[in-house]
Every structure is written in C-alpha cells, then in structure tokens.
Design a binder for this molecule. Structure first.
Ligand code: ADE
Length: 249
C-alpha cells in the first residue's frame, strides 16, 4: 500500500530523499513526485506547495495519479495553544479552516457539505504517528533547539488558512472565537486542513505532525526561517522512519 509523504518545504524532506531507494521522479501538474521505497515501504514524496489550494491539488494528484492510499504530512507550524512551544510537536486529531466563513448561512468554519467544522484525521494512523513522535522525543537527548530543553508531544486540533500568522493580535483574533465555540486550536499552518478535506472526500487515512517553529508572533518569520534550515528535517527523518517501520504493509 503506497504511503504519500507530504511536506510544504524542500528543507523538510531533504533527509527523506537521501534515504529513498529506487527513486523514480515524475513531473506532473507543475510539481515533482518521487516514488520509491523507504524503510521497506512503497512511498511517494511530494511538496504540497504553500496554501490550501496548492495542497489540495497535490493531494489529489497523489491519490489519482500516484496511487497513494494514505497520506502523512510532516512540517512546521506556529504554536498558538497555551504551552505549545518552539521545538514541541503537534499531531493533529482534526483540522479546521480558520479562514472559512459562510455564516450566517452555515455554522462558522464549516465547509458546506461536510459533517463538522473539524475535519477528522485517521485515528489509527495518527496513533502510530504519535507513537513515532513520542519515541523520537524520548530518544532526543539534547534537543536541536536550545530554547526548549524538553520538547513535548501535543495532540489535538490544528488550524489552516491562507495566511502566515506573525502577529499576536492576529493569532488571538483567530484563536479566541474558535475557543469560545469549543475548538481549542494548538497550532496554525497553511495546508493540512486542505489535505484532510481531500482525504475525507476519497475516504483515505490522513495523519499530520507539525514541529513548532515559532509562536505566530512578531518574530515568527525569523524563528520560522531559522528552524526549517536547522531543525525541521531532523525531526521528519527520524519520525517518518519510525512510523514507516510500524506501518502495516
Ligand atoms: N507555519 C509555520 N509557522 C506558521 C505561522 N506562524 N503561520 C502560518 N503557518 C506557519
């Protein structure tokens, strides 16, 4: 069963490419897709592009053209939940599109036609991914990021939207009404909810992990750039290896 491994940025996949066996690279829909074998599993690697539409196109191509039967996203996100710090990891149990608003015709954040504003991730695949993250964080003696001596795993709701959040007021304006409606967002990024929606459409399992690169505040763009260059691929390499070794074939 082919597993698609998706990230937003090339730095996040550099180690996965280096370890890929029998790589076959195909250009399609303006993107590169690389099939091969990674830690004994058939995989296809791709970059989602930035933002929800780019990610939905990539996810659809992975399924329709490259035979992906489950999708795992690894990347970075801005921490907005209490205690969600740079260097921590969030595994999504569900996703909301924070910039979707068809109210008052429909409940705020609901994508019309879907059961809930929160698009679910696959429980079993997410549990395996959480296990891989926990194992990695336990083994990680000295964290890559000196600002966080004891990186933690969080599991919960992530929010995606077509905006890089680098201002505390914007982060609060996004988080507070969601919290008031019972949706406690841990982290924000720009692609996951779109991939979750595509996987709901196709009935395929989806799981996502995001390492926290910044706190979605005024220094977010600096923290983000530094983090993806120095840390993100290490997390992805180790966690994806552990996950693939624990997946059923
Ligand atoms: N990805 C990483 N950090 C982010 C942020 N602050 N906003 C949106 N996407 C992000």
């Amino acid at each position: 069963m082919t597993t698609a491994l998706l990230s937003a940025l090339p730095q996040e996949q550099s180690g996965l490419f280096a370890a890929l066996q029998q790589p076959v690279r195909v250009q399609h829909a303006g993107r590169h897709f690389t099939s091969g074998v990674l830690h004994g599993q058939p995989v296809v690697l791709a970059l989602s592009g930035i933002g929800k539409v780019a990610a939905a196109t990539t996810a659809t191509a992975l399924i329709e053209r490259f035979g992906a039967r489950r999708i795992v996203f690894t990347g970075v996100a801005g921490g907005v939940g209490d205690g969600v710090n740079v260097g921590d990891v969030v595994v999504a149990h569900s996703y909301v599109q924070h910039d979707m608003d068809v109210s008052p015709l429909f409940e705020r954040w609901l994508v019309p036609g879907y059961a809930s504003a929160c698009l679910p991730c696959d429980r079993d695949l997410s549990a395996l991914l959480s296990g891989a993250v926990s194992a990695y964080l336990q083994r990680l003696g000295r964290p890559f990021d000196s600002k966080n001596d004891s990186p933690r795993l969080h599991q919960g709701l992530m929010a995606s939207g077509d905006r890089f959040v680098n201002c505390p007021e914007v982060s609060q304006a996004l988080r507070t009404p969601l919290l008031a409606a019972g949706h406690d967002v841990l982290a924000v990024e720009m692609e996951g909810a779109a991939v979750a929606q595509v996987c709901v459409d196709y009935g395929l399992p989806f799981a996502a992990m995001r390492t926290i690169s910044d706190r979605a505040d005024a220094t977010a763009h600096v923290d983000f750039a530094e983090f993806i260059d120095t840390v993100a691929s290490h997390y992805a390499d180790h966690i994806v290896r552990h996950l693939l070794q624990s997946l059923p074939h």
